[in-house]
Design a protein around this ligand. Structure first.
Ligand code: IMP
Ligand code: MG
Length: 177
């Protein structure tokens, strides 16, 4: 805890937001079947919490990407390291991400899934850092807009640690200095 400079989003705020987003999704996709696609590893925590709040018929599949290495800014090159197994033809897909930062990852993934014949592809992000966005992309469902600071917790890591925190915090610069 000493390496966390401040708490940005509390556990209670997260739980309330997850329910709020789920209610919107349940409303918007009423009468449809959803293919829910969290992007590993960052969205695993948010994705599984949100998935359990869905009341519409929903399947789940996972994608994994890498672009970050051990630094705190995007390399810009997105690599899919684990692809979806399910067929996408005619499916309503919701890509679920931990954070919309430069937008490189979601821009790439949205185009990739659309090109495979999905009926619709929407984006759901737990957080968004508008100051750093470099791609023409918007999130259809976003939890929190945050300032341009490197954050960890609730799925987000620094060097693969901190993903298990129940809150989102700003990491002390001493950790990566
Ligand atoms: P983008 O492609 O630059 O939009 O960023 C995509 C990925 O970068 C996210 O899915 C996160 O895994 C990672 N990322 C971006 N900002 C942060 C942060 O503040 N903390 C932890 N990971 C981050
Ligand atoms: Mg990620």
């Amino acid at each position: 805890m000493s390496t966390i400079k401040k708490v940005l989003i509390t556990e209670e705020e997260i739980q309330a937001k997850v329910k709020e987003i789920a209610a919107q999704i349940n409303r918007d996709y009423e009468g449809k079947e959803l293919l829910f696609v969290p992007v590993l590893k960052g969205a695993a925590v948010f994705g599984c919490d949100l998935f359990r709040e869905l009341t519409i018929p929903a399947k789940i599949d996972f994608l994994a990407t890498s672009s970050y290495g051990n630094g705190t800014s995007s390399s810009g090159v997105v690599t899919v390291t684990k692809d979806i197994d399910l067929k996408l033809n005619g499916k309503h897909i919701l890509i679920v991400e931990d954070i919309l930062d430069s937008g490189n990852t979601l821009f790439y993934l949205k185009n990739m899934l659309e090109s495979r014949g999905a009926e619709s592809v929407r984006l759901c992000t737990f957080m968004q850092k508008p100051a750093r966005l470099q791609k023409p992309i918007t999130s259809d469902y976003n939890g929190f807009v945050i300032p341009d600071e490197y954050v960890v917790g609730y799925g987000l890591d620094y060097d693969q640690l901190y993903r298990n925190l129940k809150f989102v915090g700003v990491l002390d610069e001493s950790v990566y200095a």
